[in-house]
Design a protein around this ligand. Structure first.
Ligand code: C2G
Length: 131
């Protein structure tokens, strides 16, 4: 049976850390489904608007060869519904979320990958501001 992997993220100012996590997620199974945070959800999480709007972020993620399905994540509270709706066998995230999604291991396997060191959207924004 084909194995379905789901992951979530904002993926703003797309960078190598994002490529690495999505590649690792895809390596766990056959189909990779990615929930991209809506602009509104990003604002509620980070108290700022993303640099790239949700339409652009979705389009970037859709263009990756190891991504199969993309949807907009509207609410952090709906993770269980998303996992069930997309029939995911595995939920995979970077380890900055370690432990945060363990409650879903009754309906799927939960995997955390090490973050790519020394790069983040916030850091890129800070560096760019200084130039
Ligand atoms: N990531 C990574 N290495 C980095 C930066 C990010 O592995 N250097 C991973 C994160 O761990 C996450 C994914 O890339 O799994 C997306 O990161 P963000 O865009 O920062 O996503 P975030 O805002 O944390 O949203 O429902 C969960 C949230 O929506 C996740």
């Amino acid at each position: 049976m084909s194995k379905r992997i789901i992951t979530f993220g904002t993926f703003d100012v797309f960078h190598i850390g994002h490529v690495n996590i999505l590649e690792r997620c895809a390596s766990l199974g056959d189909t990779l489904i990615v929930g991209v945070s809506s602009d509104q959800l990003n604002f509620s999480k980070k108290n700022r608007n993303p640099i790239y709007d949700q339409e652009s972020r979705v389009k970037i993620i859709q263009s990756l060869k190891f991504v199969d399905e993309v949807f907009v994540e509207h609410s952090l509270e709906k993770k269980r519904e998303y996992i069930e709706f997309f029939k995911a066998d595995v939920l995979a995230m970077g380890d900055d979320w370690k432990g945060k999604f363990d409650e879903f291991n009754d309906i799927c396997e939960v995997v955390y990958f090490p973050r790519t060191p020394s790069i983040s959207t916030t850091e890129i924004i800070e560096i760019t501001k200084q130039i």
